[in-house]
Design a protein around this ligand. Sequence first.
Ligand SMILES: Nc1ncnc2c1ncn2[C@@H]1O[C@H](COP(=O)(O)OP(=O)(O)O)[C@@H](O)[C@H]1O
Ligand SMILES: [Mg+2]
Length: 240
Amino acid sequence: MTTPARPTTGDSAPSAAGDAVLRVADMSVAAGEVPLLQDVSFTVGRGERVGLIGESGSGKSLTALAVMGLLGDEVRAGGDVRLAGHDGNLLRAGERSLARLRGREIAMVFQEPMSALNPTMRVGRQVAEVLQVHGTARGRAAQQRAVALLDQVGLPEPGAVARAYPHQLSGGQRQRVVTAIALANDPALLICDEPTTALDVTVQARVLDLIVHGVTQRVRRCCSSPTTWPSWPRCASGCW
Ligand SMILES: Nc1ncnc2c1ncn2[C@@H]1O[C@H](COP(=O)(O)OP(=O)(O)O)[C@@H](O)[C@H]1O
Ligand SMILES: [Mg+2]
């Protein structure tokens, strides 16, 4: 039996009680009669980074997938999950409403970047697609924004990277692309599920720096120019 994962907060901005971007209360996940997660409760405040710590098999990924509404049909989740700006319990939300939130209000960086990317599509198109799907940018503007995002995540020659297929990039480069996709629409909440486990040790620190830097920049932009950002939840983040 594994020890349950537990949340821990980093040295980021403190969360005030009424300032939560995500509230998870008494969440449970079960496969049929077999309980996989029980009584999971935590809050992610605006600008706060929350880490979920636990050994392999303790339920970290299940927690992330349940919040994203990406659990398979064979498992079901109970409890109450609230996202700022969204009415109702996310665990009860329909697929259409979740599809609108995913990639826009909540984004996720998965453990294995190759499986998160479409191997048959150029990287630039994959970044542009998430902008187009959510109406953030269209056509040529979306393509240009995609190259700008690849530049922001520190990829050299972002124009060339945009034309590459995922297999033509290194693991670290692919994780940067996945991070660019996750940050593309300035999500209110960023969920990272062991984003560096599949990477070489030398690349791990750089990718973590990138995620922390990307989130900090967004919080700073949000706070420094409130008139250009629609509402406070847009710039908060969570990470595990
Ligand atoms: N679809 C599923 N059906 C049954 N059991 C599952 C399913 N997904 C995950 N589990 C089990 O739930 C537990 C927690 O898994 P997971 O969240 O992936 O752990 P972690 O990410 O902390 O390593 C594991 O014992 C795993 O085998
Ligand atoms: Mg996991």
